[in-house]
Design a protein around this ligand. Structure first.
Ligand SMILES: CC(C)(COP(=O)(O)OP(=O)(O)OC[C@H]1O[C@@H](n2cnc3c(N)ncnc32)[C@H](O)[C@@H]1OP(=O)(O)O)[C@@H](O)C(=O)NCCC(=O)NCCS
Length: 151
């Protein structure tokens, strides 16, 4: 809960919005806090972890979700505070999360949905051993292409 305000700042970062399936800034603080509480209490079967530096500075978030209309394979998502990007933090932290969380709980299967052209995320997915799979426009109103990176 200590990092709740940071989660909202990261959620509203322009680069996060640009590459989010739901590319709308989150402005409703009450709704945000309700969302944080439900995640802290571990509902939905999803796992959320704040990434910290060795000094305990929160610098990002990594988490899993499940597509209610899709298969049972967890999706792994990540975002790093803009100031801390391109320093190898996601490359270090996301594989640890996958090894400790996803591998143990789900037997190793996972995927990363990435908006085409999100170069840092594509590099990271390749580093995780994933390859671009099926792709489709997000919706009729949103021509951005979502690529499913899979093993
Ligand atoms: C994607 C993201 C989490 C990567 O985090 P990061 O800590 O900056 O990543 P790293 O420093 O570990 O770099 C990962 C790879 O991306 C590359 N990279 C990082 N920033 C880059 C940039 N601005 N331009 C080009 N490549 C970049 C790195 O060189 C590395 O590639 P390599 O393995 O081929 O060397 C971060 O850019 C971010 O939070 N972006 C906004 C949110 C987002 O897009 N989330 C993912 C949605 S699918």
């Amino acid at each position: 809960m200590n990092d709740a305000h940071l989660l909202l700042v990261w959620r509203n970062d322009p680069e996060v919005i640009r590459y989010s399936r739901h590319n709308i800034p989150q402005t409703d603080v009450v709704g945000h806090m309700k969302w944080v509480r439900s995640r802290v209490h571990g509902r939905h079967g999803e796992i959320y972890r704040v990434i910290e530096t060795n000094d305990g500075i929160p610098v990002g978030l990594v988490w899993t979700t499940f597509d209610p209309d899709g298969d049972d394979v967890p999706e792994v998502h990540y975002r790093i505070d803009p100031w801390w990007r391109h320093r190898g933090i996601a490359s270090t932290a996301v594989p640890i999360f996958i090894e400790q969380m996803v591998n143990v709980i789900r037997g190793g299967a996972f995927k990363c949905p990435i908006i085409k052209g999100n170069v840092p995320s594509e590099h990271l997915a390749a580093r995780l051993g994933l390859h671009p799979g099926s792709e489709a426009p997000l919706s009729r109103d949103d021509p951005r292409v979502l690529v499913e990176w899979i093993k």
